[in-house]
Design a binder for this molecule. Structure first.
Ligand SMILES: Nc1ncnc2c1ncn2[C@@H]1O[C@H](COP(=O)(O)OP(=O)(O)OP(=O)(O)O)[C@@H](O)[C@H]1O
Ligand SMILES: [Mg+2]
Length: 311
């Protein structure tokens, strides 16, 4: 059962009066998001991620194509869809002088909550988001982490079945991001919510998402689980070596080594799985009496993935 079924969605922005400019944000996107999953949209700046989320969330009209969300057409039955979804943006900002309960009350009223029900809902959301201790702090005095938590709490005000998160961990410290991700994972687990999120972080997509779609220039270039994509795109971990003697061309022929490139006196070997291949590579170098002067292991950057995708 699909929560979202998008077919050939296109959107072009037109701006400028004297010199008209056209920006193709989406150039025909087809995507199905199964219910109860966390689905990641990954892509560089300007790829069309926010535009796509906004169309799914009935905030923007597509120029072309068809989108069914929770069984309703987003254009013809927008009202019916809206009640059942919500959206939070990592770029959100609220009225600076308002305190968290006032901000939540504003959004709660938009969904018809009032009086005791509204108060109970606000308390529940503050509690759940661990914001109770900060209820008297004005929005502009909250830390970035607390602001992001409040943005998420605001998006839960109508207890949505479908949640859109646009870069939910934007600007957060790694440890604060980890906790927010746990929160997101819990929403799916405990409430069976379907969650579609955008991110620039490969790690985040990998940890949270059941499936990922790579978007670039308004098109879906690839889609699958993190490991499927890595295999499909043949990206893996990078083992960077400084050797004496500096060259060992036979490394490229070893099992699990996808390719080797020379970078600033180092050899960078892209391997399918660093944990598995590191020991094998070190053993082989040792057997060939090559001295390892320095070694670094890292995950590929998202950018490298896109370089691969663009080939
Ligand atoms: N309201 C608008 N008017 C004109 N152009 C727009 C508008 N919104 C988006 N665009 C353009 O559409 C393209 C897609 O933008 P979008 O915001 O969807 O990308 P994104 O993938 O979310 O990027 P980012 O990672 O930077 O958030 C970009 O070229 C952007 O400049
Ligand atoms: Mg965006």
């Amino acid at each position: 059962m699909l929560a979202i079924d998008a077919r050939d969605v296109a959107k072009t922005f037109r701006s400028g009066v004297l010199r008209r400019r056209e920006t193709v944000a989406l150039a025909g996107v087809s995507l199905g998001v199964p219910r109860g999953t966390i689905f990641g949209l990954l892509g560089p700046n300007g790829a069309g991620k926010t535009t796509l989320l906004s169309i799914f969330a009935t905030l923007l009209l597509p120029d072309r194509g068809q989108v069914t969300v929770l069984g309703h057409d987003v254009v013809r039955e927008a009202g019916a869809v809206r009640r059942r979804l919500n959206m939070a943006s990592g770029n959100a900002s609220f009225v600076w002088a308002l305190k968290p309960p006032e901000i939540l009350a504003f959004y709660g009223r938009l969904y018809g909550l009032s009086g005791r029900r509204l108060r109970l809902r606000i308390d529940e959301l503050l509690e759940m988001s661990e914001l109770t201790a900060h209820r008297r702090v004005a929005y502009n005095e909250l830390s970035t982490g607390l602001k992001q938590r409040l943005a998420l709490a605001k998006a839960l005000v109508n207890d949505p079945e479908l949640l859109f998160l646009d870069e939910p961990t934007l600007g957060l410290d790694p440890d604060v991001s980890v906790r927010l991700r746990e929160r997101i994972a819990r929403l799916r687990r405990e409430r069976e919510m379907t969650i579609v999120l955008t991110t620039h972080y490969m790690r985040e997509a990998e940890q949270l998402c059941d499936e990922i779609a790579f978007i670039k220039s308004g098109r879906v270039l690839a889609r699958g689980t993190a490991s499927e994509l890595k295999r499909q795109i043949r990206i893996g971990d990078v083992i960077a070596l400084r050797l004496d003697p500096p060259d060992a061309p036979w490394l490229a022929d070893m099992a699990g080594v996808l390719r080797c490139t020379a970078v600033n006196g180092r050899i960078e070997c892209t391997v399918d799985d660093a944990e598995k291949r590191l020991a094998e590579i070190l053993a082989a170098l040792h057997a060939e009496a090559v001295v390892v002067k320095d070694i670094q292991v890292r995950e590929p950057e998202l950018e490298e993935v896109f370089v691969e995708l663009a080939r």
